[in-house]
Design a protein around this ligand. Sequence first.
Ligand SMILES: [Fe+2]
Ligand SMILES: [Fe+2]
Length: 338
Amino acid sequence: MAGRLIELPPPRGPLSEELFAALEGPPGPSLGLPAVASPDPLGDEDLQLALYVAYELHYSGIAGVDEGWEWEPSLLAFRSKLERPFEEAVAELVPAAEGSELESVGAALQAIVAEDPGPPLSRYMETQGTLEQMLEQVVHRSAYQLKEADPHSWAIPRLTPAPKAALLEVQFDEYGGGSAERMHSALFATTMEGLGLDPSYGRYLDRWPAITLATVNLVTLFGLHRRRRGALVGHLAGFEMTSSIPNRRYGNALRRLGFGPEVTHFYDEHVEADAVHENIAAWDLAGGLAAVEPEVAADILFGARALLQVEARWAEHLLGAWEAGETSLRSPLVAAVA
Ligand SMILES: [Fe+2]
Ligand SMILES: [Fe+2]
């Protein structure tokens, strides 16, 4: 197996055009500062794609792109001009934490996920989603699931022993407990294969719309900035706490569509694992971090709320497209189902 390598997709506007043109040359000051004026940063195809590719330099090789771009000052300056409106747009979606919530971050997280603002996408898939819709859902999710756990690992060096131990307990399972085959990203690749999809990392980048890229850019933003370590931990806690039941439903959807355990394994594994992870993440990790660093407690709740808000918009996008009889991807999927 070769290392991670993605291809530059076609640009979606002036920001991605400028960035991709520079990336095709040697690292240097060739990349100027962009003018970014976006009325809707989360739904902005050009902005989200440019930011995604700028971030991807930290995760993956890019065909034809010099690896020296990763820390090239002009790239970092360009990226930060994209990050600012995105970070501000996310902040607008998230109400400030209340003082009483900060007394018990674990309890506050439970209350936050109990009021998940998202539409019931997993319930829809379980009861009536078509095969085509399930394939689309999996293609969207592959943006994150093929690097599942990686963005949260950036928290490891930034945490003190108690929350770090809790994070590692979760991450050890996410990374397969020492087995490459049981790594959750590998289980997801197996699901994709079983559905006749291509599990290569980044294969569907051109098909992911802005809101799908935003779900991944959100956690990368939190992961790459130490100042957002609270939000990164809150994002993971929110993710783990909203995983078990939806994954049962996605597994049920696939069984209803006639698929067997090799395809549903990823989902079945998460029903079990995340019932455990949600408690570790809420109480030992998030609560543990808030106990040591109370100054980031509000940001922990911010991270969980930001996750739910962005995921809600993503789910609305899928259901809205399907209701209109359209594909939820940027171009329809032509996949031969095995
Ligand atoms: Fe997982
Ligand atoms: Fe998990």
